[in-house]
Design a protein around this ligand. Structure first.
Ligand code: ZN
Length: 224
């Protein structure tokens, strides 16, 4: 099991987190117990921007959402990815934690900002109280998109060095940088990016290996 950690999140003793690649399959019970958590809750990710508040989850059926939030101690929230961007968003002083799945569709729908705003509103929190870690994802080095996807981002986000034109109607898109900018512009106090590309640095990559690829699980919990 390979586990990457954010130095920023490690600063907070109440937080337990990891960006995990467990070759052969992400075994949630195994990963939870290895980290002293009762369980890691996930959602049925649908490349949208809705938020699931898991405080009173019964745990039977996975709800459809791309952000999952909890304030329960001893329980983690996680997202499963293979190239898409995993974001762990935490309010360490308030004991509120979120895991967000941001692929290109979710990023274009501002899934991270949507989660931040929903949590701030529901629990009367402020973005300045949040810190975020962005995990391994397909990098701007490898994530080639067609002109229709590129132009959707230009019209939604303006210009930026997160898009590079390769020629022949192809572009390289940096989803990590876009999500970092979203969090920064929304007022999140500190953001760390784990600068690893899933596609060219031997992590689970849908773009490289297709649908049979392994998945990463990125989670955060509050210590019991
Ligand atoms: Zn790469």
């Amino acid at each position: 099991m390979r586990v990457f950690r954010s130095a920023l999140l490690e600063r907070y003793s109440s937080l337990i987190h990891g960006f995990v690649h467990d070759p052969g399959g992400a075994d949630l019970p195994k990963i939870s117990s290895a980290h002293g958590l009762e369980s890691i809750l996930t959602v049925n990710q649908i490349h949208g921007n809705s938020v699931f508040f898991a405080d009173c989850a019964t745990g039977k059926e996975l709800p459809e959402a791309d952000s999952i939030v909890t304030r329960r101690k001893g329980v983690g929230v996680g997202v499963v990815t293979a190239d898409c961007v995993p974001v762990l968003l935490c309010f360490p002083d308030s004991g509120c934690i979120c895991a967000v799945h941001a692929g290109w569709r979710g990023t274009s729908l501002r899934v991270v900002k949507n989660c931040l705003e929903a949590v701030c509103e529901k629990y009367s929190l402020s973005a300045q109280d949040a810190v975020a870690a962005i995990g391994p994802a397909i990098g701007g080095c490898c994530y080639e998109v067609r002109g229709d996807v590129a132009s959707r981002f230009v019209s939604g986000f303006g210009d930026g060095d997160w898009l590079y034109e390769k020629g022949d109607g192809k572009f390289l898109l940096d989803l990590v940088e876009l999500n970092r900018i979203e969090l920064r512009d929304a007022g999140v106090s500190e953001i760390e990016t784990i600068d690893m590309c899933t596609c060219c640095q031997d992590l689970p990559s849908y773009r490289r290996d297709g649908s049979g690829t392994d998945k990463m699980i990125s989670f955060v919990g509050i210590s019991p």
